[in-house]
Design a protein around this ligand. Structure first.
Ligand code: GTP
Ligand code: MG
Length: 207
């Protein structure tokens, strides 16, 4: 997919305040600092569309971008950030779960995980909850530039194996690096195909 336009629309603190739910929406989610905002920038070919930081907890609101004047791309706050108060962490969790369960035009959620790490309980639990809630999702491995290609493959295989203990079928998986601009094109192709399918099946979002 060629990105002709990508514009920031709005930051919202509640799903009720998000832009009108009248277009297909794809959202990035995952632990704080995993690279959600960086990957959005890499995919959109823009340096500073989504705000990034070395310090976890940068994205604290639901950020909507409009791509090619056709579909929404959404940057969500990270979950599981240990250094904020328990109350604040609960607030973030609530914001995320309410958004996921209530956003009627959400077509697919991309769950980002750092490819350097072994499968983390917090991510597996989150995916389990998505499954139970019947929310479609894909897994996106991030920061692939940080380890060798051999270790990327090894870690992805380990991830598959641990997911197969819980799941009969595996979700679609993408290997990416925002730094090296890898894998974003595959995600965009997937979104493009999905958008095409929605049109073909005359799915409409009326907000
Ligand atoms: P929160 O908004 O805090 O939840 O974080 P986030 O998931 O949006 O992460 P963000 O994109 O802000 O990136 C966090 C840090 O990881 C930054 O210092 C980025 O430069 C770095 N980073 C992100 N993606 C990559 C990548 O693909 N490769 C490398 N080497 N660093 C990355
Ligand atoms: Mg962010």
């Amino acid at each position: 997919m060629i990105i002709k336009t990508a514009e920031f629309l709005k930051s919202s603190s509640r799903w009720q305040d998000c832009p009108e739910a009248n277009r297909a929406e794809y959202a990035f989610i995952g632990r704080s600092n995993v690279g959600k905002s960086s990957l959005i920038n890499a995919m959109m070919n823009r340096k500073d569309l989504a705000k990034t930081s070395q310090t976890p907890g940068k994205t604290q609101l639901i950020n909507h971008f409009l791509v090619n004047e056709q579909w929404y791309l959404t940057d969500l706050p990270g979950y599981g950030y240990a250094k904020v108060s328990k109350v604040k962490r609960k607030d973030f969790e609530k914001l995320i779960t309410n958004y996921v369960l209530n956003r009627v035009n959400l077509v697919n959620l991309f769950v980002l995980v750092d490819v350097r790490h072994t499968p983390q309980k917090i991510d597996l639990d989150f995916m389990q909850w998505l499954g139970e809630s019947q929310v479609p999702f894909s897994v996106v491995f991030t920061k692939a530039d940080k380890i060798s290609a051999g270790n990327v493959n090894k870690n992805v295989e380990a991830y598959r194996a641990s997911m197969l203990e819980l799941w009969e079928d595996l979700p679609q998986m993408f290997i990416t690096s925002a730094e090296k601009k890898l894998g974003g094109e595959q995600i965009l192709s997937y979104i493009d195909e999905t958008n095409g399918m929605l049109v073909k099946n005359k799915v409409r979002f009326d907000g």
